[in-house]
Design a protein around this ligand. Structure first.
Ligand SMILES: [Zn+2]
Length: 126
């Protein structure tokens, strides 16, 4: 065994590391380099720090899917809420277009749907 103290190593030396998480693939890594990483080491995306935003078409498709389930296939609202992992109350807001809900609920709704809060506010869902 090597005695580090005898060799003059300082055991208290602080090593500064930074933890990053890729917004595209979810990979987390630690870097000792001071500059911001250019790419995600796993998926190699240069946009690793920018969250992917769903476009309006995707939002509309998502909304139509939920409405289809409730209105045409006869699923109950709580069943659909369960399917998409959303609280039934939140799902109501989603279905009505989320135009007249509180900021707090909009934020929560945006979080559940993985979209920006502004997209909820615009009422792009109906
Ligand atoms: Zn990645």
């Amino acid at each position: 065994m090597i005695n580090l103290f005898k060799k003059g190593y300082d055991m208290e030396t602080e090593v500064k590391v930074k933890k990053y998480t890729c917004e595209r693939c979810g990979h987390s890594w630690i870097s000792r380099i001071a500059t911001i990483p250019k790419r995600c080491p796993k998926c190699k995306s240069p946009n690793w720090a920018i969250p992917r935003k769903e476009n309006k078409k995707e939002l509309r498709v998502k909304n139509l899917f939920l409405k289809e389930l409730i209105l045409r296939r006869g699923y109950r609202q709580y069943e659909v809420a369960n399917m998409v992992g959303m609280h039934p109350t939140l799902l109501s807001d989603y279905i009505i277009g989320a135009r007249d809900i509180s900021d707090e609920r909009k934020e929560k709704l945006a979080e559940v749907l993985g979209v920006a809060k502004e997209d909820i506010t615009k009422g792009e869902f109906i």
